[in-house]
Structures are given as structure tokens and as C-alpha cells.
Design a protein around this ligand. Sequence first.
Ligand SMILES: Cc1ncc(COP(=O)(O)O)c(C=O)c1O
Length: 396
Amino acid sequence: MGELAIDGGKSVRKELLPYGHQWIDEADVQAVIEVLRSDWLTTGPKIGEFEQAFADFVGAKEAVAVSSGTAALHTAMYAIGIEPGDEVIVPPMTFAASANCIVFQGGTPVFADVDPDTLLLDPAQVEAKITPRTKAIIAVDYTGQPCDYDALQIIASRHGLALVADACHALGGFYKGRPIGTLADLSTFSFHPVKHITTGEGGMIATDDPNLAQRMRVFRNHGITTDHRQREQSGSWFYGMVDLGYNYRLTDIQCAFGMSQLRKLPDWVARRQEIAHRYDAAFAELPTVKPLAVRDDISHAYHLYVIQLDLTQLQATRADVFAALRAEGIGVNVHYIPVHLHPFYRERFDTGPGLCPVAEAAYERLVTLPMFPAMKDEDVDDVVLAISKVTSAYRT
Ligand SMILES: Cc1ncc(COP(=O)(O)O)c(C=O)c1O
């Protein structure tokens, strides 16, 4: 490991346990090989098949496949018509892409603070940030816990705003019995390797609105209304570019991979929940460690398992605890540096400390623990052992 364990003795683990990891099986490999041997590597039949399978899984009418979660967010901002001068409300406790997508379209991100217990977008803070220029709200299902969609939907309807779910953490989750993917006008997903299912890179937008779906299919294809295969089938070379779009297409190779992964998703979410419960039970005994609150009307998809350290009971900063856990072979991480504190946002939008005090205070105490379905119970126990070893060493 290169660093000494906290007690100068042996680290809990010899090899670093990562915080997230993909799970690939032989069926995934075969699915990819089959496409490699076919005629269509991109814009082929696997795109529609994956979109349909995904839409069926989340219970949405339509799903549009794109090349990443970031592309999904950008495509969503385009679809709802975000333009220069428009404001979009977004929480700071998220990955930068949740806010960057607004800027891609020339809009202005307006940061609304989070609830101190769940660190999810606080509907009261959203309400307080609405101006005549507000066009949309982006709700981020941070760690995989669904936001309070009923409250957000009421605000969105009252003010005529679009509601977009950045559900990149929450595939397989439910809110009051309704699946993630059906709770907002548009719901975006990521297939990065640490997410619930992977296509290497990839993303999807789910919606019940066929017009929005059509707009998004054009946008992901350079703003052109037909793709290569459609033109080949119709025997025509002609196409029209009707708007400025991008190449945000997902390949057939990735779509076949994604479909194979999707079949395993329910088991993987169940395993993530088991791991979370094992952590919860262990940390109930540790006063210096507080898991994030979980609402009782949701089913948590547990992309991440985040703890808050009680630094008043520790003679250490979060950075000290982080370094000590890494030295124990635990691949901890931190999600997230509040987006409004990044230099780009400070310079471009004049944001900075004090704008979202709840997120800023939480950031100082957060640690993300390993969480992925292939983790064994013994791996979870190693994480718990390392946390109790490190926190006891630093206990005041
Ligand atoms: C909340 C959130 N939104 C968006 C993204 C962007 O997804 P991708 O990495 O697939 O572009 C991520 C990925 O890390 C994320 O965690």
C-alpha cells in the first residue's frame, strides 16, 4: 500500500478495495462479440432494442440512448428548450455535469441547497430560488435515494417549470412505489462502469413524451432527422439538418452490452441494498459515524454509500480519516465537492462559499465507502473494521 496503517501494524487489506466496480460475465462478452460479427456497429438494430428494454424496465413510454450520462443531461436541456438567459435550479451536492449541462445550452445554473439529513435537493430552497427567468429544475437522486418528487412536481406545476431527474445514481430505485424514470418530464441515466449497469460509457433519457423523445433522437444525431440505416433502407441519400445537434450516439456494441447488463440489474440492486443494511447495522454501534438518512417511502438504489463523520468527536479532519482508510486498503472517495465551489463556477457565475451552507458543511465530513454488487460480506466487514480502527485511533 505504501502507507503505514494507523497503528503502525498491518493494514486491514493488502490490495485496495475500490469504491465501485463493474461486473462483467460471459453473457456480456458474447453479446458484444455477436455485434462485432454483425453488419451494424452503430445506428443498427440494437439501439431500438436496448431503448425498448430500458423503457420497459423503468416503466416509461420512451427511452433515448446516448453516449454518456453527460450527453443525456445536455440532450435533456436541449429538449426542454433551455437557452441563454434561462435559469435552471440544481443542487450543488452532485457531479459537475448536472450543472454543466445548463451552461452547454447557454443557461444559468442557480444552486439551491440540500436537506441536511439526506443531502437531497430541498424543495423549500428550490421555491426560494425561483425568478421570472426560471425554466426548469434538475433533481439529483444523490447516492441513489430518490428526491421528494411529489413536492418538486407541485412546485414545477405551480410555476410552469420543466422537471428533469438526474437519476444517474438511482437506476432501479422507487419513490412511493413508482420507479425512477417515470417521476419527471425527463430522467437521465449513466452507464459509466461504477454505475448500476455499464456500457463502458453511455447514457439514456427516459420520458413519457414522444415529442421530446423525437427531438432528442434528432439532437443526438447532429440535428439530422434520419440516420445512416434509415437512409440505406429507403434507398435515398438525402437528409436535412434541422437544428444544431451533436454526435451523441451510443453504438450497437454498447447497446447489446447494456441489454445483457440490464437483465442482472434487479439482483444487483438487491445486493447493493443488502450491503447497505450490513453497513447500517455496523455503524449503529459507532457514534462517530453517521450514515445519511433514508426516507421510509422510497426504495434506495445505493449507487453510493456515504457516511458523515462526527468531527466533534474525532481529533482529525476528514482528510486525515480519508488517508488513514486508504492506508488500510479501503478505496474511500468523496462525493462531492459542491459544484458552486469549483473555480469555473466561481469565475463564470460569481458563486462561492456561503451560497449553499448545508452542502458546504456536509462536504467537510463526507466519506464514500466501497459499494458494488460483487462485494462479498467479508469485504464489507473489512471496511467496517477499518473504519472502527481508524475512528477509535482518532477518538477524542
Ligand atoms: C449525478 C451524476 N450526473 C451525471 C453524471 C455524468 O455521467 P457520465 O459520467 O456518464 O457522463 C454522473 C457521473 O458520474 C453523475 O454521478
